[in-house]
Design a binder for this molecule. Structure first.
Ligand SMILES: C[S@@+](CC[C@H](N)C(=O)[O-])C[C@H]1O[C@@H](n2cnc3c(N)ncnc32)[C@H](O)[C@@H]1O
Length: 200
């Protein structure tokens, strides 16, 4: 799934996602003190906008130029949001973000493929500053519904929790019912969520 795949996916509809922030983000980040946030695979930008409105300075990264253009356009009317969000095109599976730079690294449904050496994952984990939070939400296994099941190719929260060493504290590692209906055309009724605090 390269940039072209995602650009085509976004071009296929005028708006792909709801425009609302992910409920897992709202539930888990509402109580955090705002600082620097990295939104990994920000898509059409609803999470980045929500964070900015709460006072976060957000680096919102996506591999899709189409998604980023849409996200920036949606944020344009709100001067506060515009000033607090930097939209950036990058492939975060290939290029790690700056190490130790973010008080929150938020990954919602980011298609992070398992690798034997966990190279891309380690780069993303390293981006969390000491005292900062990692928030990872994805579709749990087994994936419901018919069709080919590729979900096992991607990291589950439990995989990541096992890789976190003593420098981390696990705050949440669970599968929970979604509070919103499954995304259109899917059977996803639950979210798998990891929230971890980098202690040092
Ligand atoms: C399922 S969408 C989720 C979008 C958003 N986080 C949300 O929850 O609405 C996954 C997003 O990750 C982006 N993406 C996929 N691979 C990427 C990569 N290697 N680097 C950066 N972004 C990527 C896609 O373009 C897409 O916008």
């Amino acid at each position: 799934m390269d940039a072209r795949h995602w650009d085509d996916m976004y071009r296929s509809r005028d708006q792909v996602f709801s425009g609302n922030p992910n409920p897992v983000l709202v539930a888990e980040a509402a109580g955090l003190r705002p600082g620097q946030a990295l939104d990994v695979g920000c898509g059409e930008g609803a999470d980045a906008v929500w964070l900015a409105r709460r006072g976060w300075r957000v680096t919102a990264v996506d591999v899709s130029e189409v998604a980023l253009r849409r996200a920036a356009a949606a944020a344009e009317a709100d001067a506060e949001v515009r000033d607090r969000v930097a939209w950036a095109r990058d492939d975060l599976a290939a290029t790690p973000p700056p190490a130790g730079a973010f008080d929150l690294v938020s990954m919602h449904y980011f298609p992070l493929r398992r690798e034997p050496d966990h190279r891309a994952l380690c780069g993303l984990l390293a981006a969390v500053a000491p005292g900062g939070t990692l928030l990872y939400a994805t579709h749990p296994l087994p994936a419901p519904g018919p069709g080919p099941n590729t979900a096992a190719e991607y990291y589950q929260p439990g995989d990541i929790a096992q890789l976190l060493g003593p420098a981390w504290g696990i705050v949440v590692n669970e599968t929970r019912p979604r509070t919103t209906p499954p995304p259109e055309g899917t059977h996803h009724t639950h979210d798998a969520v990891l929230r971890a605090l980098r202690l040092s």
